[in-house]
Write a protein that binds this ligand. Sequence first.
Ligand code: SAM
Ligand code: DTB
Ligand code: SF4
Length: 333
Amino acid sequence: MTLLESKFLDLVDVSVRHDWDVSEIVSLLEKPLMNLLWEAQSIHRKANPGYKVQLASLLSVKTGGCEEDCAYCPQSMHNSSDVTGQPDLEVAQVLERARAAKDSGADRFCMGWAWREIRDGKPFEAMLSMVSGVRELGLEACVTAGMLTDEQAFRLAKAGLTSYNHNLDTSPEHYGQIISTRTYQERLETLGRVRSAGITICCGGIIGMGESVNDRASLLKVLANLNPHPESVPINALVAVEGTPLEDLAAVDSLEIVRMIATARILMPYSRVRLSAGRENLSREAQILCLQAGANSIFYGDTLLTTDNPAIAEDRELLSQAGVQVNWDVCDK
Ligand code: SAM
Ligand code: DTB
Ligand code: SF4
């Protein structure tokens, strides 16, 4: 870093707040783009020096047939997408995929179950073995599997789980338009159980579901006012899947994603902000703007849960063109 850069960064304020109100956040989301980018980038450079991007690989362990009615989700049994219930993957298959992810350079392995809530029994015991197996490979382990009890959270923590993903998805005000089979409050309670068990939280949302700027600000307010902030904040753009009630929605403008990421970075300076679903619709330049605005993680690997993600080779080229730091030693071995 040059002397001038370091003198500038000395002046940047990265205080961590938990008392944001919606109007302040709307003002950030609506700032002239250049000013928003300047502010987000300054905070990001000071709080997370070095532009390091975490690569998170994603695998669907239990696919389809979910009882919840999330309007965006191809895995809901209320929707008529092509995704049908599949047999659960077994521990050995999952660990093989985790090893391959590690060999291609991933730092974190995220596993998904299309469940409303975790039930005890054989699949939960298998989940615990997957978590400990992923940790033994030296990767961070993340699980997303719906609601859970205190006891289940405690057992996941004991198995070594790094993080539990449980998204709030949209604002409390817009939630009823998107999901009717569970409440916002239930989501918050699960997050509380995860936190109490000592597991880090991965919690974010989706844009492009017909929400207003106020809704985006309101979601960000809930996230930023959690204390501590979620360690990871995935920002997804809706992947409009045929057969879901949101299938006809137009792809969200890429600059809206940049704005959402920049604002999340300003509100939660030290969290890992993940540029998540929807990258297939983003140009290389839009993705680089997202990284510049403060995204410091991406989903890495050819598929998300049931939909496509950019190919590994394409991402490696993108990241090297952007000059960000990733775990290349592993990739190049
Ligand atoms: N069933 C669990 C739950 O809902 O927490 C875990 C799996 S669920 C598929 C994980 C997250 O994926 C959802 O909370 C949502 O944010 C995201 N997601 C699902 N479908 C999506 C889509 N079509 N576009 C963008 N994000 C999506
Ligand atoms: C998150 O926020 N996004 C990921 C992960 N957490 C589990 C899931 C995206 C799913 C996109 C639609 C699909 O592939 O089914
Ligand atoms: Fe089920 Fe999760 Fe999909 Fe909702 S988002 S339908 S809870 S898999």
